[in-house]
Design a protein around this ligand. Structure first.
Ligand code: 13P
Ligand code: SF4
Length: 323
């Protein structure tokens, strides 16, 4: 059950450049009885070849629903691990095993155990962006789509530990008025959006709505007209009467936004580096070539300890029941 801290891309074997990867992936998908699940933060070509494209919740639900022999998870390690927990009979493979997540990597299980020992009597709600070992110590899992609902499912007097994203925790505390103890984790992608630059952009584009993922820091969320998961942001741009949006999340989501409503304008929010091209370095380790190879060779398989899997299954099932 390796949760890769290192973000070193696996060097893929050289593939014949004449190979039509889309049709080869399609052929292998049938041959292997495989389903390809892709997160919105994957490159456009991967999103287009996938059977299901979604946010963390939709992909966990798809993994629980589909009974395929092989699941190719084009996302990061904790997502594929979640699919394996829900589907132990399936072979779950990933294009690049090194695709981790700063939230999961910065919440080691041993440290989390000590943190929980300091907070007895608390129910433990963990954001899905954590390792299977951390899930196994949790009472219920949540995603950015259902965090508020999961927190509200507990009586107001219930003490809560929320991990590992402090910004999502603080957002939910503001929304629900609940007190929660939270782990001080953050996402390396969402913490670099620059509130001042976004405010400046908003002045230059007064008709544009700012939409942000709840992993963003408080000053960015304070500027947002809408806050939601990637699926929530996508749905908002489709339904809203507005035609211009400043988007504060990983830029991969813009692909689906443009596909759904091509006549609208989507402006990626600027970061501290001054660029408007905020990509998750973990998610972007995956490529079409690596996807093809893991499907062809059934390589990069997710394996985990059965006792940990069974412990992690309970809070995941609780989340799916509550969602
Ligand atoms: P959602 O998929 O819940 O929107 O979360 C985004 C994210 O950062 C996944 O790692
Ligand atoms: Fe993790 Fe952030 Fe990348 Fe999502 S965007 S996988 S939370 S580092």
């Amino acid at each position: 059950m390796q949760n890769p801290a290192a973000m070193t891309a696996t060097k893929p074997e050289q593939i014949d450049p004449r190979l039509d990867l889309v049709s080869e992936i399609d052929r292998l998908r049938k041959e292997r009885d495989a389903i390809i699940l892709a997160h919105y933060y994957q490159e456009s070509e991967i999103q287009d070849v996938a059977d299901v494209v979604g946010d963390s919740l939709a992909l966990a639900q798809a993994a629980a629903r589909h009974r395929k022999r092989v699941i190719v998870f084009a996302g990061v390690h904790f997502m594929a691990e979640t699919a394996k927990i829900l589907n132990p009979e399936s072979t779950v493979v990933v294009p690049d095993l090194a695709a981790g997540c700063s939230l999961a990597d910065r919440c080691p299980a041993e440290e989390f155990r000590k943190f929980l020992d300091r907070h007895p009597g608390h129910v433990v709600i963990s954001y899905v962006n954590c390792s299977a070992a951390v899930k196994a110590m949790s009472d219920v899992i949540c995603t950015s789509s259902n965090a508020e609902k999961i927190v509200r499912s507990f009586p107001p007097e219930q003490k809560i530990v929320f991990a590992p994203d402090q910004w999502l925790a603080r957002y939910i505390i503001r929304k629900t008025g609940r007190e929660m103890v939270y782990w001080p984790g953050s996402c390396i992608v969402h913490e670099v959006f620059n509130a001042q630059q976004i405010a400046k952009l908003k002045v230059q584009n007064p008709d544009a709505l700012v939409i942000a993922h709840p992993e963003c820091e408080d000053p960015v969320l304070a500027l947002a007209d809408y806050i939601g998961s990637t699926a929530g942001l996508l749905a908002f741009t489709q339904k809203s009467e507005a035609t211009r949006f400043i988007v504060a999340t990983e830029a991969g989501i813009l692909h689906q936004m443009k596909k759904a409503r091509p006549e609208k304008t989507y402006i990626p929010a600027p970061t501290n580096e001054g660029c408007a091209c905020n990509l998750c370095p973990h998610m972007r380790l995956n490529t079409m070539e690596k996807l093809y190879l893991c499907l062809r060779d059934l390589s990069n398989e997710i394996v985990m300890d059965e006792a940990v899997r069974l412990q992690a299954l309970k809070p995941l099932q609780k989340m799916l029941e509550l969602s």
